[in-house]
Design a protein around this ligand. Sequence first.
Ligand SMILES: NC(=O)C1=CN([C@@H]2O[C@H](COP(=O)(O)OP(=O)(O)OC[C@H]3O[C@@H](n4cnc5c(N)ncnc54)[C@H](O)[C@@H]3O)[C@@H](O)[C@H]2O)C=CC1
Ligand SMILES: O=C(O)[C@H]1O[C@H](OP(=O)(O)OP(=O)(O)OC[C@H]2O[C@@H](n3ccc(=O)[nH]c3=O)[C@H](O)[C@@H]2O)[C@H](O)[C@@H](O)[C@@H]1O
Length: 429
Amino acid sequence: MDVSIIGSGYVGTTVAACLADLGHDVLNVEIDEDIVATINAGEAPIHESGLEERIAEHAGTNLRATTDYDEIRETDVTFLCLPTPQTDDGALDLAPMRAGAESLGRTLAEKDGDHLVVVKSTVLPGTTEEVVGPILEAESGRRIGDGLEIAMNPEFLRMSTAVEDFLEPDKVVLGASSEGAAGTLRELYAPILEREETDLVETDVREAELIKYANNAFLASKVSLVNELGNIAKEYGADAYEVLAAVGLDDRISDRFMRSGLGWGGSCFPKDVNALRAGAREQGYDPDLLDAVVSVNDEQPRRLVALLAEHVPLEGARVAVLGLSFKPGTDDVRKSRALDVIEHLRERGAEVVAYDPVAIENVRPDYPEIEYADSADAALEGADGAVVATDWPEFDDLAFDGMANRVLVDGRRIDVDRDALEVYEGLTW
Ligand SMILES: NC(=O)C1=CN([C@@H]2O[C@H](COP(=O)(O)OP(=O)(O)OC[C@H]3O[C@@H](n4cnc5c(N)ncnc54)[C@H](O)[C@@H]3O)[C@@H](O)[C@H]2O)C=CC1
Ligand SMILES: O=C(O)[C@H]1O[C@H](OP(=O)(O)OP(=O)(O)OC[C@H]2O[C@@H](n3ccc(=O)[nH]c3=O)[C@H](O)[C@@H]2O)[C@H](O)[C@@H](O)[C@@H]1O
């Protein structure tokens, strides 16, 4: 099938490379010329395991990138993989979606033959049919159901395992405006749907949109719940990891997403939970539980720093912050809990020396005044205390000999040699 993908960030690039791998002819349409050049050179514009080799294999044959929307006319299906950021007050910002839909609609006005537009970006219920659809109709001069079809197909991939998640998903959710559109998407995804482990969910567009938010809200809530249980466990002097490992044996609960500690960050959970809260309020419903999910999450970095302060007077102390990315395996620092830890440490007068295996350059522009070390050992050298903010596997081998005080507060339950420390405190254990 001839497929075009508008937006070539984390999702658009992964989807493009994977669909090319499944044998489709794929065109990435992207406004960033550097990304376009990178893909056409057979390289990956983002770091994801398995991505670079797929782009290298398909670029120049059945994968191509362009800044020119007109080339979309050579394709049958277009996926919108545009950003859906949050506004200053936490609501969903649809400006990039509107701009992309306008450009696409104008292009389709000149196209012969039918076209299917699929929203893959995370958008609130109603966006596909009440915002994107009308823009496409107005700009293309076509009507939905007459030469133009529309569908919503949310994406559940995680950063750092994006390729594997896309090609081997638990579920594919298709919300389509017509049986024809659903059929086209089933055909496109055929090799993935043939896997026994993949469930196909066919639904209306509005449900497809909400499934994505419900999924992320559920996962974020699960982590906030384990964090609240972990905070309570800590007060009782109990180990939350032992408690939750037992709880997770109940298959109604499952043992996944049960790691308590510093909480959730990243480019999606924070913005999606906030967009759903703002959307719910707009609909006249107060999402009290989701409000609490966010406030528990917001408290964890402050609790971590308060725990360190019980062992190290923070004013003037040199504190090593180990890990800056929002989770291991990525250099993404958007809404990383590590940044909140740094803020709280600095508010209390500590001098921060930070280390991360890959994310330092993404933090430095916003925090030019803190010190950066080029290894965990260097960060720990002379430190009066240390905190773990990201569970990078290399932190399991930390050595503490160089520290002025061997005090470590662990926000991620890494597997360190606790006997090598004077003080080891887990945030929730
Ligand atoms: N990052 C992730 O792990 C996941 C993200 N999502 C959702 O997918 C959507 C996209 O997210 P990401 O790929 O992370 O965003 P991103 O910010 O990494 O990529 C978006 C790309 O779109 C490009 N772009 C912006 N306006 C454009 C336009 N008018 N025409 C062409 N290109 C344009 C940008 O230059 C950028 O390269 C969001 O709604 C997000 O919530 C869903 C699942 C996973
Ligand atoms: O909508 C999205 O963009 C994506 O958001 C998340 O994926 P991602 O943000 O890449 O990362 P996760 O692995 O889900 O981790 C999110 C945060 O939760 C934290 N976390 C996760 C699991 C856990 O047990 N404990 C915990 O604190 C991580 O440290 C991280 O900060 C979802 O897992 C994906 O399904 C979804 O597609």
